[in-house]
Ligand binder design. Structure first.
Ligand code: ATP
Ligand code: MG
Length: 445
């Protein structure tokens, strides 16, 4: 993309309404525009990151054996009357009447609807296990929408639902989700710690929330610092292997890590003092096992091998896709702007032309731009007729992890400059070497 042809409405001033850094930078970098409290348009740069995050979530869900579908945003109230949640959900639910006067709602989550789909089409144990998921907009009329996309009213969520014959199989689905979530967040450059949590209106016994540690997080958390030393990394996971998934789950959840809702002073105090940490965290996902709560209420049963009929065992699993943009920025920025991890960056590399209109410099930029595109990468070429300082400021603000700077002085010596946004370090090399380096970095992901 050439910047002169793009739509990147950056702001020079700090927007007064933004209280936290991710919100401020998303507004300043022209990623979002608020349309009503907690409701945003996704401008091109923000939309690009949202799509990258969505793509990673899809890839990791499919890798774990889960099947994508798409349910609507609007739901009939009657489904929710069956589960009893229509009255329970309270003011967070946006209720709508259609022209026939029928009660509808904008879905805050989809347990009822997926259970309805299941009961219409599945009735034998032979069709299990089954996990279906979608990535769809949700609406919750939050009391205090704030912090930009972090606590919106309309937000994008991945929600998945497992259907299993036995509790044991459903717990495997739980563990499988836990492992796939770890991999999902790590690919986004995030450490998200599974913490034992409270189940809230979804219901159920077993539940973990995934928290990214950040001072601006809304949740209070308590943990053993040893939990921050473990990562999934490049381990080969067989998602059908119950023993392996359970072992990973245990590895990540046996050290003390809890939100304030389930915090237990005595257990916390048993940790060696120097490892006892309390901090704030951003909830970027949650997994639940709730057994037959919905299947019993809504009549979702399966015939077992011995011919009897039982309600199906279920769980639900959510990732805050749009909230993740805020969480990533909270975890990765400096005083000049965002620092995107390579896994989610909107453009792979910026190209800064220090002397627009100079034939040789323009030609060098063009050839770098084309070479990166030919390699399947998505560069952003700042081809504006602007000062170097202004160009650098924009690149730093929008946070592309790599920048190639091209100017007449360097070209005289046959070099361009390759700069890492994260370290600020620059290296001089030929244009070909810079292109090769960028290609190698992204091939290595
Ligand atoms: P919270 O406690 O933050 O209100 P929740 O526990 O009600 O969230 P879940 O039902 O677990 O939310 O939804 C799954 C994920 O969706 C959450 O882990 C979070 O990342 C995201 N999410 C929930 N509410 C919002 C919101 N208002 N804005 C953006 N993302 C949200
Ligand atoms: Mg939650």
């Amino acid at each position: 993309m050439r910047l002169t042809r793009y739509f990147l409405p950056v702001l020079k001033e700090n927007p007064a309404e933004a209280q936290i850094v991710s919100h401020r930078y998303m507004l300043r970098a022209g990623m979002i525009k608020q349309q009503a409290a907690g409701i945003y348009s996704w401008l091109p740069l923000g939309y690009k990151v949202l799509k990258r995050i969505e793509q990673i979530v899809h890839e990791e869900q499919v890798r774990a054996g889960h099947i994508p579908l798409l349910m609507p945003t609007l739901q009939p109230a009657d489904l929710w009357r069956e589960s009893g949640r229509y009255d329970d959900y309270g003011q967070e639910m946006l209720r709508i009447k259609d022209r026939q006067g029928r009660d509808m709602l904008y879905g805050p989550t989809n347990e009822e609807m997926i259970t309805d789909i299941f009961r219409s089409h599945v009735n034998s144990y032979k069709d299990l296990p089954l996990t279906l998921y979608h990535i769809q907009w949700k609406f919750r009329d939050e009391m205090r929408p704030r912090f930009g996309v972090m606590r919106g009213r309309e937000f994008l969520m991945k929600d998945g639902y497992n259907f299993d014959l036995t509790v044991e199989d459903a717990l495997h689905a739980y563990n499988r989700h836990l492992v796939s979530y770890l991999r999902t967040y790590e690919r986004m450059g995030l450490q998200a710690i599974p913490m034992r949590a409270d189940s809230g209106p979804i219901g159920g016994e077993d539940t973990h929330e995934f928290l990214v540690l950040a001072e601006t997080g809304e949740s209070e958390v308590f943990y053993d610092s040893a939990v921050t030393d473990i990562s999934l990394g490049a381990r080969d996971i067989d998602y059908d292997d119950k023993v392996q998934c359970k072992a990973v789950m245990e590895e990540f959840t046996s050290l003390y890590a809890r939100t304030d809702e389930t915090h237990d002073e005595a257990a916390f105090n048993a940790i060696p003092e120097e490892r006892r940490k309390s901090a704030r965290g951003i909830e970027v996902g949650q997994i639940f096992f709730f057994g037959t709560k919905y299947s019993e209420a809504m009549g979702a049963t399966v015939v077992t091998p011995d011919g009897s009929k039982v309600p199906v065992q279920m769980g639900s699993h959510g990732i805050g896709v749009s909230r993740l943009l805020g969480a990533i920025i909270e975890a990765s920025h400096d005083d000049k702007g965002i620092i995107w991890p390579e896994g989610v960056t909107p453009f792979h590399c910026g190209i800064v032309n220090l002397k627009q209109g100079d034939d040789e410099t323009d030609a060098a930029c063009e050839s770098i731009y084309k070479a990166l595109q030919k390699a399947g990468l998505d560069p952003l070429y700042d081809d504006r007729n602007d000062r170097a300082g202004a160009k650098f400021a924009t690149m730093d603000l929008i946070g592309l992890p790599w920048r190639i700077t091209v100017g007449p002085r360097g070209l005289k010596n046959g070099v361009v400059e390759l700069t890492s946004r994260r370290t600020g370090e620059s290296e001089e090399m030929t244009a070909d070497a810079a292109v090769a380096r960028i290609i190698a970095i992204y091939n290595g992901l």
